[in-house]
Design a protein around this ligand. Structure first.
Ligand SMILES: [Zn+2]
Length: 189
């Protein structure tokens, strides 16, 4: 495994519609492994292949363990993910992006999404994601379509620079990379 460089806003790959994966060979599984390592090193909660300059439909998501709830970390790797269903209920939440460093914004998204896709071997898989996890998946799948969270912020007043204290936490080496503010976690995805 190796980490790959994360490209940032202004790079054309971030704005391209990523290609569907048709070859389920060792190179794909290497990409997935590298993306997981890159995500953990960043650190962040989600990463899409275009963010490492690979225009293919691959995402990895890692929901951190919740000590209060006593739930373990959840790791997902999806090839050719598709949102097949969302609920009507939407919620606004603050998001950040490893490819848009230094900024966060309020984005409204459905609170439930069913995602279908394949694993690194081409085997079909499906997940029903709620709340935070649903938000991360929607953010990552947007990346595959050349969409960034800043495109979904409806009001420019709802986008802001992260504070130096938050930035320090966000770039720290600890696993608790999520910036906590007013009880809400900021996603770096
Ligand atoms: Zn992102």
């Amino acid at each position: 495994m190796a980490t790959r460089d994360i490209i940032t806003i202004g790079h054309p790959t971030l704005r391209k519609k990523a290609r569907k994966v048709t070859e389920f060979g060792p190179a794909l599984r290497q990409l997935i492994d590298d993306m997981i390592e890159t995500l953990r090193a960043a650190p962040g909660v989600g990463l899409a292949a275009p963010q490492v300059n690979i225009s293919q439909r691959v995402v990895v998501v890692e929901l951190p363990a919740d000590k209060e709830e006593g739930t373990p970390a959840e790791l997902y790797a999806f090839v050719n993910p598709e949102i097949v269903k969302t609920c009507r209920e939407v919620e606004e939440g603050e998001e950040g992006c490893l490819s848009v460093p230094g900024y966060v914004g309020e984005v409204s998204r459905p609170t439930m999404a069913i995602i279908r896709g394949q694993d690194g071997y081409g085997k079909p898989q499906k997940v029903r994601a709620y709340d935070y996890l649903a938000r991360i998946f929607q953010h990552e799948i947007d990346h595959l379509n050349g969409v960034l969270f800043i495109d979904r912020v409806t009001d420019p007043a709802k986008i802001r620079k992260i504070t130096p204290e938050e930035a320090e936490t966000a770039t720290g080496e600890v696993a608790e990379a999520l910036v906590l503010m007013e009880g809400e976690a900021v996603l770096m995805a």
